[in-house]
Design a protein around this ligand. Structure first.
Ligand code: 5FU
Length: 277
């Protein structure tokens, strides 16, 4: 497939979204396609993780509604680390309501996500109105539209997910027709994605050796709550992942920083193999 064989540098040039071009250029220059999922409950731990893995990642992904002590100061410190280590911040909010409500959730409330998150995730289920809602929010905020973008959750990693068939193809179509605000797609495969600028973000990534010996019983590719894992190689070479999301594979490692370095290396090697002529 043409798109998957193309280097990040040339895809950046073909991109019609400023943020997707920025992501692709960052990935190419920093030589990392690793996104770390910081699913921790306390802001000090999140900042400590961001500082440890910062040199090895392109995106730091948060779930701020899972934090027990969220504050404006936390956001400022995270943004500072993003500057120092050169990574982008993605709040994995998975907005899923009508445009008007999503707009309030994005730019108001105690999190004010629009103020600090470079990227957010959005479910396709409400249709294009949700994208209009988020854009509308930015037009009335101090953040620039060109500094913000969303990823459409087209296909989930969880067992028996409903994101299949016509839902999946319609979600990809939504992303491809709304590159004015869509930088990428969260999915488990590249099937149906044709726009070179759209970035495929793939969660559910873990090496077998990082699963604390669970591989011995042969059922190590799940977490007991529906998450399903694939290896870094597999998601890049067989499923079209541009950026791979690793959470517990790194946060539960003895050294998150060593683990991030290892995942970065495995992922980059697989990318080089994918684009090799
Ligand atoms: F859209 C999705 C999805 O389909 N699967 C996911 O796992 C998002 N995720 C996120 O990736 C999820 O919310 C976690 O933050 C992260 C995976 O973490 P893990 O610890 O590597 O399983």
């Amino acid at each position: 497939e043409e798109r998957l064989k193309t280097t990040f540098e040339s895809r950046a040039e073909k991109s019609s979204n400023a943020m997707s071009a920025k992501i692709l250029r960052l990935v190419a220059s920093k030589r990392t396609t690793l996104c770390v999922a910081a699913d921790l409950s306390n802001t000090d731990k999140v900042l400590e993780l961001a500082n440890a893995v910062g040199p090895y990642i392109c995106i730091f992904k948060t779930h701020v509604d899972a934090l027990e002590d969220f504050s404006k100061k936390f956001v400022q410190e995270l943004q500072q680390l993003a500057k120092v280590h050169n990574f982008l911040i993605m709040e994995d909010r998975k907005f899923g309501d009508i445009g008007h409500t999503a707009s309030l959730q994005y730019g108001a409330g105690c999190f004010n996500i629009a103020d600090w998150a470079d990227l957010v995730t959005v479910h396709a289920i409400p249709g294009p109105g949700i994208i209009d809602g988020l854009i509308n929010c930015l037009e009335n905020s101090k953040s620039q539209l060109s500094d913000r973008a969303c990823f459409i959750v087209a296909e989930m990693s969880s067992k028996d997910t409903l994101t299949t068939g016509s839902y999946l193809s319609a979600a990809i179509k939504l992303a491809e027709t709304r590159e004015d605000f869509v930088a990428g797609i969260v999915s488990q495969s590249a099937t149906g994605i044709s726009s070179p600028g759209l970035v495929q973000l793939t969660p559910g990534v873990r090496t077998i050796s990082s699963q604390n010996g669970k591989e011995r019983n042969g059922t190590s590719r799940e977490d007991g709550l529906g998450q399903q894992y694939n290896s870094p190689d597999h998601v890049v070479l067989e499923r079209g992942a541009d950026i791979a999301v690793v959470g517990r594979g790194i946060t539960e490692a003895d050294s998150p920083s060593d683990a991030a370095k290892l995942y970065r290396d495995l992922l980059w090697k697989a990318y080089e193999e994918r684009v090799a002529v």
